[in-house]
Design a protein around this ligand. Sequence first.
Ligand code: ADP
Ligand code: MG
Length: 252
Amino acid sequence: MAILETDGLTKRFGGLTAVDDVNLTVEQRETRAIIGPNGAGKSTFINLVTGLLEPSEGAVRFDGNDITGQEPHEITQQGVSKSFQTASIFPDMTVQENVRLAAIAAERGSFRFDFLKRRDRFDVVDDVTEEMLRAVDLWADRGVEATSLPYGDKRRLEIAIALASEPDLLFMDEPTAGMSPEETNATVDLIEQLQEDLGLTIVLVEHDMEVIFRIADRIAVLNRGAIIADATPQEVQDDPDVQEAYLGGVEL
Ligand code: ADP
Ligand code: MG
């Protein structure tokens, strides 16, 4: 069964249709890239699926359940997470405190339904915090104040924060933006490793075609809110409509 399906997903901002009748299916453990020119609707699409925006029309199904219109925290609790840009980091807290706080926030929701297990909740939080810090290779830096981390490490901390809710599906919006080639390589390695170690399904928006070709199983191409191609990296590269959409934009 597909882990994620959108059905006619549409978002209008006044007269502008930012996401236009998008039908997208993502399979379990797939790495799906979403590409498209600036303003194509990539971030809006992610915000619709993760509950940060309410769709004008259409539906979102996760693991077979209709999650359309649910609150972001409800969607997170079901196993969908999004790696934010630095906004989600508390700079004065340590690396470990940042992830622990996110893990507590995620646990709080689930424990409302299971009071008998409350005794164990801090054990769970500590275990998840350690697991995710190790997964992004920041365990050794757990005592460091977040603000003093180098840029690439901060971005990995954001990923660990997103992982603290133990998602099955992780969205990443331009994970390598602003990174040096070395940091970009490390991030690609990390994404591949996370997928293996945690069995994640990853949907990422990315401009760097080298990155996409290294990790994407399939690519969806958005243009003016609509999907104009949804295929393997090679097929997308050879598609004349895609080349047209990118004229003057990113070169394929
Ligand atoms: P992308 O991430 O592909 O660059 P976005 O999803 O950010 O594109 O934006 C798609 C379109 O929707 C753009 O024209 C943008 O200006 C518009 N848009 C995005 N968010 C809002 C908003 N909150 N209100 C009005 N227009 C928006
Ligand atoms: Mg965007």
